[in-house]
Design a protein around this ligand. Structure first.
Ligand code: A2R
Length: 311
């Protein structure tokens, strides 16, 4: 048996597969045996606090639930020879669906239309106002990685003109921009799907939002940290930015009150990958990585920063 520290929740299905191999200690219970812990299961939100890594000198592997791992200090992990894993690919299609639905719902104004129908307003006051078409839009994807590409693929039937910004140009037919501001000037929808962390911190700033403009739509399905939230609230209030559709926020689960009262925004509680099917696949991969590690010393899906330790 190995000693596993559980940070955040795990599903019954994960627990069932883990308990034959691991004694599970919950960080939330507070009484974990630091010396004994060799493995951690955590999620993208909680990561691993620095003091926990220090308190577990025999830690060998951290298995993360979610593709984003900005809450895990990978420099500290590499220094200590700790392998870190995440759950890429299995959530691409789901997060892409979320991004596409946010775009369609925003353009077609379906939340207001639904309220119009449900409230009896249609009968009492007549037809709902016209909305805007979601077809033939100029869409900029910030971060054309696994999920970004899935978003581009899933948008294809809506005949968008796809632009993208990444640090490295990719061999694809979409229009590349070497600056985010340049892309924002060229598009009317900006979809953020980069990792969080220092390199993307608040890169969607006031200038980028102003370039997107009064008819522009900002969609964020990546991390709240990627967008300057205070600047976004102000841009939406003053009409410099037209619309926002957001699944992620700077200080989750807190959402700025100002956003909650705006009718030109859509707010979701970080549900990009939150379906039974996709969460089960993510949970399976968290467990697969842990079981692979106790069996072979290697893992299936290391984060790039620790891939060199996977030997
Ligand atoms: O910049 P590149 O060439 O490394 O391209 C990556 C891009 N990216 C950035 N683009 C602009 N400025 C940056 N500072 C920057 N940092 C990264 O984001 C790449 O095209 C994309 C990330 O793609 P993947 O590593 O394949 O990640 P995946 O699976 O698409 O997930 C993206 C994020 C997660 O990290 C979670 O935070 C979120 O979606 O749910």
């Amino acid at each position: 048996m190995h000693d596993l520290l559980q940070i955040g929740g795990i599903t019954d299905a994960m627990r069932d597969r883990l308990t034959p191999h691991f004694t599970i200690h919950k960080l939330s219970d507070g009484d974990y045996p630091g010396e004994a812990i060799t493995h951690i299961a955590t999620n993208g939100h909680d990561g691993v606090p620095a003091d926990v890594m220090t308190a577990c000198p025999n830690l060998k592997m951290i298995s993360g639930y979610g593709v984003g791992y900005d809450a895990v200090d990978t420099d500290a992990a590499v220094e200590r020879g700790i392998l870190v894993t995440h759950t890429p690919d299995v959530l691409n299609a789901e997060v892409a669906t979320t991004a596409v639905m946010l775009m369609l719902t925003s353009y077609r104004n379906f939340l207001a239309d639904e309220a119009h129908a449900r409230s009896g307003n249609w009968e009492a006051n007549g037809n709902a106002p016209l909305s805007r078409s979601a077809d033939n839009r100029r869409v900029g994807i910030l971060g054309l990685g696994r999920i970004g590409q899935a978003i581009a693929d899933k948008l294809a039937p809506f005949n968008p003109e796809i632009h993208y910004h990444t640090r490295t140009k990719r061999d694809v037919d979409y229009t590349y921009h070497d600056t985010l501001l340049g892309m924002a000037e060229a598009v009317e929808v900006l979809i953020c799907i980069t990792p969080g962390g220092p390199s993307t911190d608040k890169i969607v700033n006031a200038d980028v939002m102003a370039a997107l403009g009064p008819n522009g739509l900002l969609i964020n399905v990546s991390r709240g940290s990627v967008v300057d939230e205070a600047a976004m609230v102000s841009a939406l209030e003053t009409g410099k930015l037209g619309y926002a559709a957001l699944d992620v926020f700077e200080a989750e689960p807190k959402i700025p009150d100002a956003l909650k009262s705006m009718t030109n925004v859509i707010l979701l509680p970080h549900v990009g990958s939150a379906t039974h099917e996709t969460r089960a696949a993510m949970g399976d991969l968290v467990v697969d990585n842990l079981l692979e590690h106790i069996k072979t010393g290697k893992v299936l899906t290391p984060v790039p920063e620790t891939a060199h330790l996977n030997t």
